[in-house]
Design a protein around this ligand. Structure first.
Ligand code: PLP
Length: 405
């Protein structure tokens, strides 16, 4: 069956707008994706006709929003193959999910001198929370290196383990290099050493089928806005046995069973980690986004995006002075690059005037920039609605810009 690109693009009204009088070519999807009508309508409909605070409300609307919210949780559970809805915690996004684990897992399971392994390609949101914990508890952070293609050094990884290693945190897909890291193998190694593994799925869950049980990870994080859902909602998957033991992250309404001034007992999972009014409209809209991608089919989306990535890399490689970063055999829909000694900010600004949106800078991965010996890079990243014609426009734009220098 051919990929229904015209129908798909018609679902995203923003894609037909112009910037600076030119058709928009949106290649900043790793930062955030555009939203299909189905998601925007789910939000509007909920506010127009259902809205009420969830949980414990006896009235009709409250029960209806609660049902939608809990159905969304079940939708997320099925999407990532978790065993139980108790393992699905709604958060504000990947960043909050990672901070939750650093705080609550850190509080419960980590002592001074315990070791956490991170990869050199982690996003700042999977580095800084661990550094904050290091300041509070004196944990030790160790870094898994990679080769020049952007592939993790698995031998070095195994050598980093000691009896004090407790947790490995790894981006499932690098937001800069596009490398798909071998989570299943890494989790096996971690478990063999008595450690746990957290996969940051911010850049994997939107692009290919992710099944937490097949991966064997203990935690998985992702953001709604990177998978065509709304901003402000995200997910933490955690193994029930771990979440059960972990300290709450924040205190407040929703997360308690009983409160007295002497003592508070906590709600059952996953509510123990969801203090305050949750983003029940966001959860419902995230479920609509999941319905949308599954309606197209994750396998078809992956095939389409991988094809685009290969095509883009091949065309870009022909530009004189092009340096591509991240050439791992298993690579997802991100292409980071520099051309000649043109500052990436100049590249991005000039392409923008041609209607082409890319991202430039350190991509919240300054240690990775240091490993690559640069201050910044330009990055094009693809989504299910991008086309080869857009890549051609992008490459033509790049050629035009490069000639100016
Ligand atoms: N992890 C990775 C790999 C990312 O690419 C991003 C966002 O770019 C994040 C974490 C943080 O996601 P958010 O800003 O949605 O919390």
């Amino acid at each position: 069956m051919t990929y229904p690109i015209d129908d798909i693009r018609a679902d995203f009204p923003i894609l037909s707008r112009e910037v600076y009088g030119r058709p928009l070519v949106y290649l900043d999807n790793a930062a955030t994706t555009q939203k299909p009508r189905a998601v925007v309508e789910a939000i509007a409909q909920e506010y127009y006709s259902v809205n009420a605070n969830v949980h414990r409300g006896v009235h009709f609307l409250s029960q209806q929003t609660t049902t939608l919210h809990e159905e969304a949780r079940e939708r997320v559970r099925a999407f990532i193959g978790a065993q139980s809805v108790s393992e699905i915690v709604f958060t504000r996004g990947t960043t909050e999910s990672l901070n939750l684990v650093a705080t609550s897992f850190g509080e419960t399971f980590l002592q001074e001198g315990d070791e956490v392994l991170l990869t050199v390609m982690e996003h700042h949101s999977d580095i800084v929370p661990w550094q904050l914990l290091r300041e509070r508890k004196g944990i030790v952070i160790k870094v898994i290196p990679m080769n020049d293609a952007g592939v993790l050094d698995m031998e070095a990884y195994e050598r980093l383990f000691t009896p004090r290693t407790r947790l490995v945190c790894v981006a499932h897909v690098s937001n800069v290099l596009g490398t798909v890291n071998p989570i299943a193998r890494m989790a096996e190694v971690a478990h063999a050493h008595g450690a746990y593994l957290l996969a940051d799925g911010a850049q994997s869950v939107p692009h290919f089928k992710v099944d937490v049980q097949a991966l064997g990870c203990d935690f998985l994080t992702f953001s709604g806005h990177k998978i065509y859902g709304p901003t402000g909602i995200g997910v933490l998957y955690g193994r029930e046995a771990l979440l059960e033991q972990m300290q709450p992250y924040q205190g407040g309404g929703e997360m308690i069973a009983r409160v007295t001034f002497e003592k508070t007992t906590y709600e059952r999972l996953p509510y123990k980690f969801e203090a305050g009014t949750p983003d029940y409209v966001g959860s419902h809209a995230l479920a609509a986004a999941i319905d949308y991608v599954e309606g197209i089919g994750m396998d078809r989306i992956t095939a389409q995006e991988r094809e685009l990535t290969k095509y883009a890399m091949a065309r870009m490689a022909d530009i004189p002075g092009m340096q591509l970063y991240g050439t791992a055999p298993d690579k997802d829909a991100v292409v980071a690059f520099n051309v000649k000694d043109i500052h990436p900010l100049d590249l991005g600004t000039l392409l923008d005037r041609l209607g082409i949106a890319i991202r430039t800078g350190h991509h919240c991965a300054q240690p990775l920039m240091a490993r690559c010996g640069v201050e910044g890079m330009a990055r094009a990243s693809f989504a299910l609605y991008n086309t080869k014609e857009e890549i051609d426009t992008f490459v033509a734009g790049l050629e035009r810009v490069v000639k100016m220098f």
